[in-house]
Design a binder for this molecule. Structure first.
Ligand code: NAI
Length: 328
């Protein structure tokens, strides 16, 4: 039996993500939590003829506790999104507190659940979640994931004209580092199947993966950031975690994790000099089965991109950790 929970379920990402989870045959129970509208979203989705039993909760009457109790996997897209001109770091002030509160709830009511953080800035909200879980004595790094799948999905899509794949999802591209601007590093040299990118197109392609989110923010013109592609990506990652728990072997998806605490992570952390970093993760019944070291075979150009990424990440990670230290 698998119980999935969405925290922030009434939002732009939360609703389509909840729809995909409700439609999935892998899920037996789905709980939706938000500060608004969850009874309506849950009632609407409850008419879909799929197995998952669905409930919706608001904060009143112990809603968070009821939503989280018995959870196996919790996905968090709660928080404000970007408007034109904003960076993901601009969201920190509001979203840091939201993530902290929700993860405190997880620590209390579902400490063994897999936790998937979508709320931005992921580079800081994942360290916040780790600190909260640590303080509560329930931190298992193998179970905490920053969802960077949208960067992978974008990379797969944007290279299609060079990869020649009819179905872009059949191209595997490791995207490593963090989840914002130049902390995102696509390793095109390790794409499978391999393909050539014309030298004069390389920089623009890297830039498009790093700043692809801005295209959506601009096109939505004040109405928010990526929601539908994010729901797709968030569902893809959640589904991968659940499939691995149910015994499927060999599933690998990049994710932003606490490297020193996961198998294979220590060496990568030493190479990069940061503790939180996105690398391809082989998933297993306990969550992270192995962090795959793809940094050994990078090109000179990729090494330079990684240097820039690590610099930005250090600041973002520290900001998250400091937040919890100063507002316990
Ligand atoms: P939205 O504003 O449409 O939805 C956010 C939802 O969170 C709202 O329904 C709101 O009521 C709810 N919420 C606010 N405070 C809450 C609390 N304390 N407890 C429970 N729910 C709460 O925003 P959208 O577009 O769904 O984005 C959500 C987050 O996801 C943003 O931080 C955004 O930056 C991030 N995001 C992350 C991506 C990634 O690749 N990881 C990609 C796109 C967006």
């Amino acid at each position: 039996m698998v119980k999935a929970v969405v925290l922030g379920a009434s939002g732009g990402i939360g609703q389509p993500l909840s729809l995909l989870l409700k439609a999935s045959p892998l899920i037996d129970e789905l709980s939706l939590y938000d500060v608004v509208n969850t009874p309506g979203v849950a009632a609407d989705l409850s008419h879909i003829s799929s197995p998952a039993k669905i409930t919706g909760y608001l904060p009143a009457d112990d809603g968070l506790k009821k939503a989280l109790t018995g959870a196996d996997i919790v996905v968090i897209p709660a928080g404000i999104p970007r408007k034109p001109g904003m960076t993901r770091d601009d969201l920190f002030k509001v979203n840091a507190g939201i993530v902290q509160t929700l993860v405190k709830g997880i620590a209390e009511f579902s400490p063994k659940a897999f936790v998937l953080i979508i709320s931005n800035p992921v580079n800081s909200t994942v360290p916040i979640a780790a600190e909260v879980l640590k303080a509560a004595g329930v931190f298992d790094p193998k179970r905490l994931f920053g969802v960077t799948t949208l960067d992978v999905v974008r990379a797969e899509t944007f290279v299609q004209e060079y990869s020649g794949q009819k179905d872009p999802s059949q191209t595997t591209i490791p995207v490593v580092g963090g989840h914002s601007g130049d902390t995102i590093v696509p390793l095109f040299s390790q794409a499978k199947p391999a393909f050539e990118i014309p030298a004069d197109k390389y920089d623009a392609l890297v830039n498009r993966v790093q700043f692809g989110g801005d295209e959506v923010v601009k096109a939505k013109d004040g109405a928010g950031s990526a929601t539908l592609s994010m729901a797709y990506a968030g569902f893809r990652f959640a589904e991968s975690v659940i499939k691995a728990v149910k015994g499927t072997k060999g599933i690998v998806e990049p994710s932003f994790v606490y490297l020193p605490g996961v198998p294979g992570g220590e060496a990568i952390s030493k190479t990069t000099g940061v503790e939180f970093f996105s690398v391809p993760i082989e998933l297993g019944p306990e969550g992270v089965a192995n962090a795959v070291n793809v940094l050994e075979n990078t090109t000179e150009t990729e090494k330079k991109l990684l240097e820039v990424a690590v610099k930005g990440l250090k600041t973002n990670i520290e900001k998250g950790i400091d937040f919890v230290k100063n507002t316990p």
